[in-house]
Design a protein around this ligand. Sequence first.
Ligand SMILES: [Zn+2]
Length: 264
Amino acid sequence: MRIRKWLLLFLFVVFVEAHSTYPQDTFYSDGTLRRIRVPILMYHYISPLPEDADDVRIDLTVEPDLFREHLQYLHDNSYQTISLYDLNAALLMGTPLPDKPVILTFDDSYSDHYTYVYPLLRDFDFTGTFFVITGLVDAGAPGYLDWTQVQEMAEAGMSMEPHTKSHQSLTERDYDFLVYEMLGSRESLAGHTGQGTHMFSYPAGRYDDATLAVAGQLGIWRAVTTEAGMLHTTDNMLEMPRVRVHGGTNAAGLAYLLKGDWLN
Ligand SMILES: [Zn+2]
């Protein structure tokens, strides 16, 4: 009787594993230290500029026509979008990447990510990574994604990843606050999309040693910052640099950013 119980439990675990939608093969490292150059572009608003836009909003906004030019430039120059999972697997296991990989990230779950970004990405057969502030989605906050949109985007192959519940800074916080914000947002997303989420973006790119410790304990595989850079290593797991795309950047500006000469 007891053996049957264990057998059933074993079969249950095998079944769950086999039906899990967690991206595979990224748990393990083959022990080789690698360094790979991949631009992780960081976008915020992709929308027309409101008439009352201040300097901050102007800097955070790429208008949809310009964004389409970015995608056209990437397409014409043979860039291929990959996910943070792909990059993680390449760093840990040496799995191959396309010749010109790029990761497109969109922070803060604005509703224009569904209205403009999602259809444009699909036009070009690209994918993106969207960092979602789940408390705002839960609250039905105007101007932000709703759960139906998040689900649809996840099902279409977009990575919907946590960006905390409330977007408050994660520096100088106690353990409970960090777990609530980081695990809470991750579980909300997993619950709504049915997909595992192992990536993370720090609000305003701010974190400290306690934040890193909790991220590690929660099994976050990779976290992105707002530090400028394109080089990623096997062990920079929780401090991955990105390339900020400022408002008003045109295709030539994007080409300049991708070339990376400005970094040194
Ligand atoms: Zn943010």
